[in-house]
Ligand binder design. Structure first.
Ligand code: UD1
Ligand code: UDP
Length: 371
């Protein structure tokens, strides 16, 4: 009999990294694929659902402006629990380390439904960076029945925590599947990513720096440091910063106050995935504190300066495409200027690597779920 798989997710990055698996499950008659979104994110999640053509079976519509971690956790836990009681799936699939992931997995565990954790085993070793994600993923790692580790490094981290080695599999990261999928879509339908044309004309002749920032642990001083660095970098006439600003009000307040109105900075609304892929493509380098961008940039050979103190994705740093720069503005400016002015330093970083996968992770995971 076909296995019923319930994929539970809630934010933009989870949707991006799960749609390849959901597509694989939908076209495979070994499975009945069902989906439940917490909608911890609303607009940014809906952007991904639209491009990936996923119509969720259950939408808990949880997002409230400026939501707190405890309220969101409580509502996600009870809401997802109710869906599990209705659906009674054979497996629950979660991806990553958000509140939805932790609550969804816990709700499954409370019902003794096996959990498949996609992107398992990422560890920074510091429960405050990234916060609260490091603890969310450790919680799921403590009871998941199947841990789909993106890399051997992540698998080794799980084994060090005494997770049953039989339950740990290296599958690659589905973000590479997603990136291949969206790249092919854009090749077939260039209009899907043509919305940056006006900015591209405005900044013609300048080197584009693509940027994202949203980490909770950077709120306050960290964000102000990042904004200060961008202001100084954008004072150069030969660069322009394109910054799709995350919808979190803690991010928008600081960035709008510090960066709006600058000639060489475009603060824009969150881009849908094809347009973000286009931004990666036209960028000379990326400045980011995002998890996903640390995986996509190396795959495309785009240097990424990671504005965090630690990373759970050492593979990009080891491959030489990513560099940890923290949130100290002097350091961010110095490393950016080095990449802008030192051709050899730039060439050393701007080489494509695929430490995170080969684009076939979703098929590997579905085979494991069938097995
Ligand atoms: C969440 C995840 C983080 C992940 C990030 C990806 C947690 C604790 N944090 O952080 O791990 O890296 O998503 O982006 O799970 N908002 C909107 N519209 C949206 C999305 C957010 O208005 O589509 C605003 C709302 O005011 C919301 C706030 O942003 O309350 C915060 O959203 P939340 O999901 O709690 O935190 P993120 O910072 O987005
Ligand atoms: N992304 C996007 N539009 C944007 C910014 C990012 O589609 O305007 C994509 C990006 O390609 C990556 C993911 O969103 O796949 C990263 O999401 P985010 O930075 O919100 O979360 P994180 O990866 O840090 O958890």
């Amino acid at each position: 009999m076909a296995r019923k798989i319930l994929s539970v997710f809630g934010t933009r990055p989870e949707a991006i990294k799960l749609f390849p698996l959901i597509h694989a499950l939908e076209r495979d008659d070994r499975f009945v694929s069902r989906t439940c979104i917490s909608a911890q994110h609303r607009g940014m999640l809906d952007q991904v659902l639209a491009i990936a053509e996923i119509a969720p079976d259950h939408d808990l519509d949880l997002m409230t402006p400026g939501q707190t971690l405890d309220e969101l956790t409580a509502r996600a836990l009870t809401g997802i629990g109710r869906v599990l009681d209705t659906e009674k799936p054979d497996w629950v699939v979660v991806q990553g380390d958000t509140t939805t992931v932790m609550a969804g997995a816990l709700a499954a565990y409370y019902r003794q439904i096996p959990v498949c954790h996609v992107e398992a085993g990422l560890r920074s070793g510091d429960i405050h960076h990234p916060w609260p994600e490091e603890v969310n993923r450790k919680v799921v790692g403590s009871f998941a029945a199947l841990h789909c580790a993106p890399t051997e490094t992540a698998a080794a981290a799980l084994r060090r925590e005494n997770v049953d080695p039989e339950s740990v599999r290296v599958t690659g990261n589905t973000v590479i599947d997603a990136l291949h999928w969206v790249t092919q879509r854009i090749e077939r339908e260039p209009d899907l990513a043509s919305g940056l044309a006006e900015l591209e004309r405005r900044f013609a002749g300048k080197r584009i720096i693509g940027m994202t920032s949203h980490r909770r642990e950077n709120f306050g001083e960290g964000m102000r440091g990042i904004a200060d660095a961008v202001k100084r970098i954008a004072a150069r006439p030969d660069v322009a910063v394109i910054f799709p600003v995350h919808l979190n009000p803690n991010v928008r307040e600081v960035m709008n106050a510090e960066l709006s109105g600058l000639d060489n900075v475009a603060l824009i609304e969150p881009l849908d995935y094809p347009h973000f892929a286009r931004l990666l493509d036209i960028s000379y380098l990326m400045l980011s504190d995002s998890g996903g961008v640390q995986e996509e940039a190396p795959a495309l050979g785009k240097p990424v300066l990671v504005m965090r103190e630690t990373t759970e994705r050492p593979e990009g740093v080891e491959a030489g495409t990513a560099l940890l720069v923290g949130t100290d503005p002097d350091r961010i400016v110095a490393e950016t200027v080095r990449l802008l002015d030192d051709e050899a330093a730039y060439a050393a970083m701007a080489r494509a690597h695929n430490p995170f996968g080969d684009g076939k992770s979703a098929d590997r995971i579905s085979d494991l779920l069938a097995g």
